[in-house]
Write a protein that binds this ligand. Sequence first.
Ligand code: SF4
Ligand code: FES
Length: 253
Amino acid sequence: MIAATINDTEVLVEEGSTVLQAATKYGFHIPTLCYHEGLPAYGACRMCLVEITQGASSRLESSCTRPLEQGMVIKTDTREIRGHRKMIMELLLARCPDAEVVQEMAREVGVTESRFSKLNEDCILCGLCVRACRDAIGMSAISFMSRGIKRHVDTPFSMNSDVCVGCGACARVCPTGAIRVEDYGAKRYVRYFNTELELQPCEECGRYFTTKRFFEKNKNDFVGADELYRLCDACRRRQHASMLKGPLVNVHP
Ligand code: SF4
Ligand code: FES
């Protein structure tokens, strides 16, 4: 276990915990935009800055990426930290003025307007979609491209991805709603990434229930009868239930 001090409270947490996890465990709220507990931390937004003192030195660090160390003294809400968070929110508010998540967090830290020119982007460059695709799904269909003001998330050469399986994990984690996954007819469109995929119909009812690429990718991992894998969830449950209702032992040979 590791002992440290957060906002004058002694804390004791498991080894390997980050400063953010320790603070959250003890009820100290730290604002975050690019953190997701199911994905590796990346430290993109810097909203989770805290002041860390070790020995004679103090500095601001992002709490989501910083492992807690024995004897650290941490402050989560000083005047300097509030100033930094306000500046970050002003920049984000200029970048994505219409994103609800940005507006909400701006209000939370006391920012009502930005002094910077509006860019009207949808993406706050949090990288959650990139990490979800790479670390949760194992596909790496998208990544950060370019630098500076041109930095954005995309497929290679902004082309229809031949890697994306259309699972929609990127859209589910995106805090701004920039990514939309829509089905029309026999196609799925991943709008932010110029990608379209063929859908797979259920062999029982004919309803499209996944993409062909996702279907092919996972078929060897399916635990169960092959004919069940080819069905949508509803038909699979129905089929499974009727299989269970059938005679377990043939009593009339
Ligand atoms: S598209 Fe969404 S999830 Fe991806 S980096 Fe931008 S805001 Fe984050
Ligand atoms: S939440 Fe820690 S840097 Fe974004």
